[in-house]
Design a protein around this ligand. Structure first.
Ligand code: SAM
Length: 234
């Protein structure tokens, strides 16, 4: 896949990173039998939908000259967080999920992949967003396949520093979603800064990554209590 990495995201794994990605695949597929982590287990599909998609989603930030504090919200089995932690060992990655068995899997494999830059946490994200050690602390927040865009924005923006970015990984994207998100994001102290539309390199599927820029601190009212963002989306 070397040439595809290079052509599509202008990045190529070193031999060590290649081995780490390979190990991640084997670990997920092996643990899947007992933990039911993902339905994507075929090598090519796994490469495209879990590895490539995770890295492509952050666009040119992959080559950001400085190190970043990153949070992956609803990381599941570690996507997009784990491939990014492998690609950027100088970044600190907090990987959060409310399901203990998924976070347990990440904790189990981290030393085996030789990853020292990840910080797995079991928590509801609404709680983390109100804790001073996480609120307004991150340069970059990532949310893939967790909830509708407005809910993801309420989860992500309170955690991001002013000047930082939240990226919502989406499949399809409609004008109605954009209109509704714009209103939600304004309440959270941000703005939509980019809609990055791309196709995946093997199955040619359409993806959108919605970039949110944090302009001012989020009002303490957000995120609302556990479950409220889902019950009453902004
Ligand atoms: N991001 C991963 C991916 O793209 O493969 C996992 C996606 S999975 C469909 C959604 C995950 O979000 C689940 O593991 C779920 O436990 C987690 N999740 C949903 N709502 C959450 C919340 N409020 N706080 C923390 N985790 C949450």
């Amino acid at each position: 896949m070397e040439s595809i990495w290079q052509e599509t995201i202008d990045w190529c794994p070193t031999e060590e990173q290649q081995l780490q990605l390979q190990f991640l695949y084997v670990a997920v597929v092996t643990a899947n039998q007992r933990l039911n982590l993902t339905r994507i287990t075929e090598p090519e599909e796994f490469w495209e939908k879990h590895l490539w998609d995770s890295l492509r989603g952050i666009g040119n930030l992959i080559s950001n000259p400085s190190a970043m504090q990153v949070i992956d919200i609803g990381t599941g089995a570690g996507f997009p967080g784990l491939p990014l932690a492998i690609a950027r060992p100088d970044w600190q990655m907090t990987l959060v999920d409310s399901t203990a068995k998924k976070v347990g899997f990440i904790q189990e494999i981290a030393p085996e992949i030789n990853l020292t830059n990840i910080h797995p946490l079991v928590s509801r994200i609404e709680e983390l967003g109100q804790q001073s050690q996480h609120r307004h602390q991150y340069d970059l927040a990532l949310v893939r396949a967790v909830a509708s865009a407005n809910i993801c924005a309420e989860y992500a923006l309170p955690l991001v520093k002013v000047g930082g970015t939240a990226i919502l990984y989406r499949g399809n994207w409609t004008a109605e979603e954009a209109d509704s998100l714009e209103i939600a994001v304004a309440k959270l102290g941000g703005e939509i800064s980019k809609i990055d539309r791309f196709t995946t390199p093997i199955s040619n599927s359409i993806r959108h990554c919605v970039w949110l820029h944090k302009i001012v601190d989020t009002h303490p009212y957000y995120p609302r209590a556990v479950g409220i963002p889902t019950l009453k989306p902004l």
